[in-house]
Design a protein around this ligand. Structure first.
Ligand SMILES: NC(=O)c1ccc[n+]([C@@H]2O[C@H](COP(=O)([O-])OP(=O)(O)OC[C@H]3O[C@@H](n4cnc5c(N)ncnc54)[C@H](OP(=O)(O)O)[C@@H]3O)[C@@H](O)[C@H]2O)c1
Length: 243
């Protein structure tokens, strides 16, 4: 896979207003990105408006019309970070679990699918690419976020499909499989977490090195070693996890 270059490129980050998306946007700016479309559902929540290389973009990834507007507004984009994510349900047996699973799928799977579908012509050349922010929970189910894990498993499959589809045209496709990150999403988890900024830096290092499957923190690296040697043992290890 061709390695992407950040300096001088044009990027788009979904969910750029907080958490990992905010950290990725800051890290892109520090590494000399020429322009970054900072996409958010609510533009009032974006904190970068004073930086002239940042172009705010209204984008709810579950809204087809927003995605179509985004490609008009950001036709020069070269690297798309599918970062926006949602984690709701803590059990598959709760009264709301089916409805919550649908919402997670809409954001975590259909959102990136819509964006890849819409932006494919813009990304169809060497030096351009997509970075899908997945999760270790998409490789092995985590007991306290089962439907989130299912949506990230769907994203993992989409990442593989996009890689196989776009490989011949030179478009880079990266999957990120992160462990716990210190953001709002993981606020209730009493386990060690990596900082969003260090995870963002590790992701961009790996993107620039042309690494396809990115494990951007110590927890993820250690899990990856187990997962790559035995997916079944990795499943058992996660199944035994407790909060
Ligand atoms: N935190 C972790 O431990 C962890 C671990 C592995 C992977 N990840 C992944 O990392 C990514 C970033 O998560 P985070 O930890 O930064 O979570 P977060 O702090 O909860 O932030 C989630 C971001 O996604 C945005 N978002 C949610 N629904 C959206 C929609 N329909 N359209 C557009 N944006 C939407 C949110 O925007 P609003 O402000 O408008 O809600 C927010 O910017 C996610 O894909 C997540 O699954 C996180």
């Amino acid at each position: 896979m061709n390695a992407l270059k950040i300096k001088g490129a044009v990027a788009l980050v979904t969910g750029a207003n907080r958490g990992l998306g905010y950290a990725l946007t800051e890290e892109l700016l520090d590494r000399g990105i020429a322009k970054v479309y900072a996409a958010a559902r609510n533009l009032d929540t974006l904190g970068f408006l004073k930086e002239e290389r940042v172009v705010p973009l209204k984008l709810d990834v579950t809204d087809e019309s927003h995605t179509l507007d985004a490609i008009q507004a950001a036709a020069d984009v070269e690297i798309v970070f599918n970062n926006a994510g949602l984690a709701l349900s803590s059990t598959i047996l709760g009264p709301e679990s089916v409805a919550e699973a649908r919402k997670e799928m809409e954001v975590n799977f259909f959102g990136p699918l819509r964006i890849i579908h819409t932006f494919a012509p813009a990304l169809a050349q060497s030096g351009r690419g997509v970075v899908n922010i997945g999760s270790l929970a998409g490789l092995a189910s985590v007991p306290f976020m089962p439907t989130y894990g299912a949506s990230k498993a769907a994203l993992h499959s989409l990442t593989q499909a996009a890689r196989s589809l776009f490989g011949a045209q030179g478009t880079a496709v990266h999957g990120v499989y992160a462990g716990p990150i210190d953001t709002d999403m993981a606020r209730g988890l009493e386990i060690p977490k990596a900082s969003a900024r260090e995870v963002a830096a590790a992701i961009l290092d790996a993107v620039e090195a042309g690494v396809e499957d990115i494990y951007p923190d110590a927890f993820a690296e250690s899990f990856a070693a187990l997962y790559e040697s035995s997916p079944k043992r990795a499943e058992k290890q996660f199944a035994a996890m407790e909060l």
